[in-house]
Design a protein around this ligand. Structure first.
Ligand SMILES: Nc1ncnc2c1ncn2[C@@H]1O[C@H](COP(=O)(O)OP(=O)(O)O)[C@@H](O)[C@H]1O
Ligand SMILES: [Mg+2]
Length: 377
């Protein structure tokens, strides 16, 4: 029986834990707070700060896991690089380390020749203003270390006051102690996608049917699968995803994000783990992204990935902070044909915290189902 140390215990970690436990694994779920979603289904749990080098090192040593499986980005990756010679880091310490910082994965993608938005970095306000002026286009400013759209702003060209604000907003909402932002050309894309890509130990790289998604303020709200056609662009995205995941190495599922503009496929970013937009695969596929990640990291064969139905999902986010909340409208949602709700079991709420999701046959139905749910605080 394999012992898995899961670093990060949110909703993605919960579903991965269920998939791993179905395959006979023991799971130790870790996070900064008690009773996190994955802890509710894992064998045991540990509460500590995974960015803290000494604590992470000590816990990995005392748990002595067969596999260390990061579920979030906010982890001290130096520890993972240090311990990798003695144990397996999923998918690889290098992949986890490179993707924790937007600049490093972006540079790597550009180095291996993937098309990306134009970009540059700044470590102080003056540098940022200069870069923004030189780029002379609409841009997106993001902290190099952040996720779920935190600290991100979009600026029209030539608005110096807004650029100053964007710098401060990014620095206030970044992780880590090294102020650094990426200034990226705004891509006026037709749509954006996640390509779930599975690197296997024995066997070819596999792909799930592409997911199209919609983000609001940089945070995922809607995704759909099987409801649209990309034509030959899908194969192009697959080639690019294979190239970058081969470069990162290791085994497991990756969420590779692209912008599609006309017939251009533009690399955006990548998660070396299940992706939030891929929660939908719980509804649409024979094996969800969590089942696939579990099999790939355990070196089990994946005989087929089949879409059982098309679908869409809409997240349920909190409107306010509260140490308790209740959910209304589940009966109305479940009464809708082909609709399923899923709550994540998070103990408390804060503004925009993702608390659940609804799955449906299409975006309109998912949106209508979401509207039937309300939260009391
Ligand atoms: N250069 C860009 N042009 C247009 N939209 C962007 C750009 N960068 C980010 N976005 C929007 O913001 C979302 C979140 O940005 P992303 O880089 O994926 O950060 P996160 O790590 O927070 O997911 C993207 O999915 C996209 O909708
Ligand atoms: Mg993203």
């Amino acid at each position: 029986m394999k012992k898995i140390m899961l670093l990060g215990s949110g909703e993605l970690g919960r579903e991965l834990t269920i998939s791993l436990k179905r395959l006979g694994c023991t799971v130790i779920a870790c996070d900064r707070y008690e009773n996190a979603p994955a802890m509710q289904v894992a064998d045991t749990s540990l509460v500590f700060d995974m960015l803290n080098e000494a604590q992470l090192r000590a816990h990995i040593q005392s748990v002595d896991p067969d596999l260390v499986v990061p579920e979030i980005e906010a982890i001290n990756t130096q520890v993972l690089l240090d311990v990798e010679s003695a144990r397996v880091i999923v998918p690889s310490a290098r992949a986890v380390d490179l993707t924790m910082n937007r600049d490093r994965i972006r540079d790597r993608a550009a180095e291996i020749g993937l098309p990306t938005a134009q970009y540059g970095y700044a470590e102080n306000l003056e540098e940022m203003l200069k870069l923004y002026q030189d780029m002379a286009s609409k841009v997106v400013v993001k902290p190099v270390m952040s996720s779920s759209g935190k600290g991100q702003s979009t600026l029209a060209a030539g608005d110096a006051a807004a650029a100053q604000q964007a710098w401060h907003y990014a620095v206030e909402n970044m992780r880590g102690d090294r102020p650094k932002v990426i200034v990226e050309e705004f891509i006026d894309f037709d749509y954006e996608i996640t390509l779930l890509t599975i690197r296997q130990k024995d066997g070819d790289t596999l792909f799930c049917p592409v997911l199209k998604h919609q983000q609001i303020d940089g945070d995922f709200k809607i995704s759909e699968q099987g409801t649209f056609e990309m034509g030959e662009l899908e194969a192009e995205a697959q080639n690019m995803a294979r190239q970058i995941t081969d470069d990162l190495g290791g085994y497991g599922l990756f969420g590779v994000e692209f912008f599609i503009r006309g017939d251009a496929v533009i690399f955006s970013e990548l998660s070396p783990r299940p992706h939030d937009t891929g929660l939908l695969t719980l509804y649409t596929q024979n094996l969800s992204e969590f089942d696939l990640h579990a099999r790939a990291i355990l070196h089990l064969p994946i005989s087929d990935i089949t879409a059982l139905r098309v679908g869409a999902c809409h997240t349920i986010n909190a409107e306010q902070a509260s140490d308790a909340y209740s959910v209304n409208g589940l009966a109305d949602v479940e009464a809708m044909q082909g609709v399923e709700a899923m709550m994540f079991g998070k103990p408390d709420a804060y503004p925009n915290r993702r608390l659940g999701i609804v799955f449906a046959p299409d975006v309109a139905t998912a949106t209508a189902a979401r509207a039937k749910i309300s939260l009391d605080y």
